[in-house]
Design a binder for this molecule. Structure first.
Ligand code: BJ8
Length: 428
């Protein structure tokens, strides 16, 4: 990482604090990810990307900007990546997953706010994230209240374009959202000096669809029993998909899937068949937040699917590539993104239906719901999901947690009890 110090310094990082962050990551990675047995060979690319987390990709962003390009940061799966690519920019997902700088964030935000927001602002204020410092523009969105207020604060330090996301999916909401997509086009065109042209946009749609198709192929392979890949490794792939070069990532995910298909054909897996299969649902898990899946998988179960934005919610829908002219393609983008079933919507029946579908298709034994503490939308939806799943006889565990390790013991006890219950031969 020594070679990158000059870049970090030019980006204005606090090098000492940044060294502190980089010092803790390898041990965490070793303990949580590398220590797993039976990992596929194709995962080594993702290990490499992680080891270079503030290195190679940052250098690519740096070179892109030196050549006159722009980098755009996002915090939500609602931001259309296709538009950023079509304008000649590079997008990077910025949500942070560690609580190392909460003290800084709490100078502006209350303590009782979700860890994802506090961590993201904390990383910015502590100057330890080279991704946010590489961005020419940040794109926020009006999802939950915490994020809205966070973007006001952030905008005082760095330019933020906020997309107004409706909270319902009626015709009037669709019209508003379509206009917001148009407003983002104008902002990106002003930023880059490039007009978003029809064929460039169609090509960008193909690129992002290609990435989502590869992630969906991986998702499909997770139906295998015995499982051919762990939940932690699948999560890692999905997390990296938010900031790696999309075409390179697509190729690497497809290579990994080729290997997993061979594993499946041989009947090989990471654990024997019969281990309880868990669906993890709820709030996204940003790098390096692997706490809950690690507990589940070291307690004798496997995370067979993630119903999260760092899981299938990100890749589930594609944009129509043949949607006519430029306006048609923009309509298709608006339609695709408004299908996302985030808990900030009301009503949000699609999410519940999707969870039930995943339980069936992935032969799920139990659902673990992950809410970040103080996240009202997901914590509240968990009650309804629990009720509906109970009626269908599906065991359910609702967790509220944050990024600290203080509750690991308590979480382990609850998760182990669930796994023991679903493993019991007496269970009908
Ligand atoms: S589309 S899940 S990425 S908003 S956890 S900040 S909701 S208080 S992250 Fe999300 Fe977009 Fe929805 Fe996905 Fe607020 Fe909840 Fe925190 Fe959240």
């Amino acid at each position: 990482m020594e070679d990158y110090r000059q870049i970090w310094s030019e980006l204005g990082l606090d090098l000492e604090a940044h060294d502190g962050l980089l010092a803790v990551l390898p041990t965490l990675y070793e303990d949580t990810i590398l220590s797993q047995e039976g990992r596929p060979e194709g995962i080594s690319y993702f290990d490499f990307v992680f080891t270079e987390i503030h290195g190679l990709r940052i250098k690519e962003l740096y070179d892109h900007r030196k050549a006159g390009g722009v980098v755009v940061g996002t915090f939500c799966t609602f931001v259309p990546e296709e538009l950023i690519i079509a304008a000649g920019g590079i997008y990077v997902g910025l949500c942070a997953g560690a609580c190392i700088a909460d003290e800084e964030a709490e100078k502006y935000l209350p303590r009782n706010l979700c860890a994802l927001i506090k961590s993201s602002l904390g990383f910015k204020l502590a100057k330890v994230c080279p991704y946010i410092e590489s961005c020419d523009l940040l794109i926020g969105e009006t999802t939950c209240d915490g994020k809205k207020k966070y973007f006001e604060i952030l905008n005082e330090i760095q330019p933020v374009h906020v997309m107004e996301l409706p909270q319902r999916k009626e015709d009037i909401d669709r019209r508003l959202w379509r206009e917001e997509v148009g407003r983002l086009v104008s902002r990106l065109e002003d930023l880059t000096g490039n007009k978003i042209a029809q064929e460039a946009l169609r090509q960008a749609i193909r690129v992002v669809n290609g990435k989502r198709r590869a992630l969906l192929r991986l998702a499909e392979l997770r139906k295998s029993n015995p499982p051919v890949i762990s939940g932690r490794d699948s999560l890692l792939v999905n997390q990296i998909a938010f900031y790696d070069d999309p075409e390179r990532l697509t190729a690497k995910v497809n290579e990994l899937c080729d290997e997993l298909e061979e594993r499946k054909a041989r009947g090989d897996g990471i654990t024997g068949a019969g281990h309880p299969r868990v669906l993890l649902s709820g709030c996204p898990m940003a790098i390096p937040n692997w706490k809950v899946p690690a507990i589940i998988e070291t307690s004798g179960a496997v995370v067979a699917m993630d119903e999260m934005c760092t899981g299938i919610r990100y890749s589930r829908h594609l944009v129509a590539e043949d949607a006519g002219d430029l306006e048609g393609l923009l309509d298709a983008i608006a339609d695709r993104y408004l299908k996302i079933d985030c808990a900030v919507f009301t009503p949000n029946n699609e999410r519940l239906e999707h969870i039930k579908e995943l339980v069936r298709d992935y032969e799920i034994d139990a659902v673990v719901h992950h809410s970040l503490q103080f996240c009202d939308p997901y914590t509240i939806e968990a009650f309804r999901i629990e009720k509906e799943l109970a009626a269908a006889g599906v065991p359910f565990l609702s967790l509220e947690t944050d990024y600290s390790m203080e509750d690991v013991g308590q979480l382990s006890t609850r998760i182990e009890a669930l796994i023991e219950m679903v493993s019991s031969p007496d269970r009908a």
